[in-house]
Design a protein around this ligand. Sequence first.
Ligand code: PLP
Length: 383
Amino acid sequence: MRRFEYDQRLTELLSVVTELLRKGYVKWPPEAGEGPIEEALRTLGCRIPRREGLFTLEELGFYEEIKPSPMRTFNDTEELLYKNWPTPLVKLKSLSKGETRVWAKLEFYNPFSMSVKDRIGWAMFNECLSGNHNPSLVLYEATSTNTGMALAAMAAIRGLKVKLFLPSTIQKASDVLLTIMGAEVYRKPKTLTVEFIDEVEEEARRTGGVHLNQFENDANFKVHLRYTAKELDLQVKSVQLKLKGIVGGLGTSGHMSAISLYFKSRYGEHVKVYGVQPAQGTFIPGIRRIETGVKWFHYVKFDKVVDVTPEEAVEHVLKIARSEGILIGLSSGAVTAAFERLKEEGELEEGDYVLMYPDHGFKYIEQFSKFIEENLNPMTPNV
Ligand code: PLP
């Protein structure tokens, strides 16, 4: 694995971020040797103090960015993304029993890719291209669909061109969706490995394009720390949950690593964090095995990583569709399967659990059709 090597600067930043989240305040000005405090405050969406003193994060605007438009009116489609957060947190009655309640965070309420990836498409785009007004700039990205859709949307809004590289393992519907959204789509006859990402990097370099690179770009991890994790925390507080654990899939590891850093810094070991990966030798769109090269996972703590098969993922998509009436994506099915396994294994104490549902099921018609042909009479009401 060439990439994702140890980054001392990121380690220093995350250690200051952890300390700020743990204490909940900052003493200003910082003392020499305290590390990159200004950068850490900016990373958390806080203002830099203008005078000496002790300031809580709240006094520095920590929660102010999470302010949805109350009447749901938006000046443009970009606002429809970031002024519509938080995405919903909904109790799943079918999985909740007694004192154990299960909540799903529905990331398909994001408007462009109908997935968690809108957040990083927006963040990487704005962070990397804010000062660059070259209209002939071409963006490059390796994607398993969702980041591609988010970037295609951002490129459409700003009038730029985007070239997307999909692995062979992804459903054909993705080429159609991405092409309709205005992207140039290329298939590579391989899975999404570090070598794949390197080839896209090389192609961008050769042609003078920009490779945003969700796998290494810290804007990915940071946007989840500043928004996804923080808004989940606010939601959990607003309904006074006894949060015991959060379960979510690992792709780049961006959203779950940020959630882990945030919740473990604020609440210590009271909140367990579980990652989900495809079982050895299998493939579930959007999530990958850790050994294929994930970055931020290695900077934070996970209590356990659960292996799930594609069959279990589809079975749990059906289970949720037929009990809750929502059609979730395959990685959300995998997250549900992982939660049920943890419960069966006696791993979970009573309390509230959050399942991160990254996307909707509409992209996975091919996988669902195959499952129906092989396993189901389509008229059967229950699995
Ligand atoms: N699920 C789906 C459907 C995804 O598209 C992705 C990422 O591509 C993930 C899960 C994993 O998210 P992350 O990249 O933040 O680990």
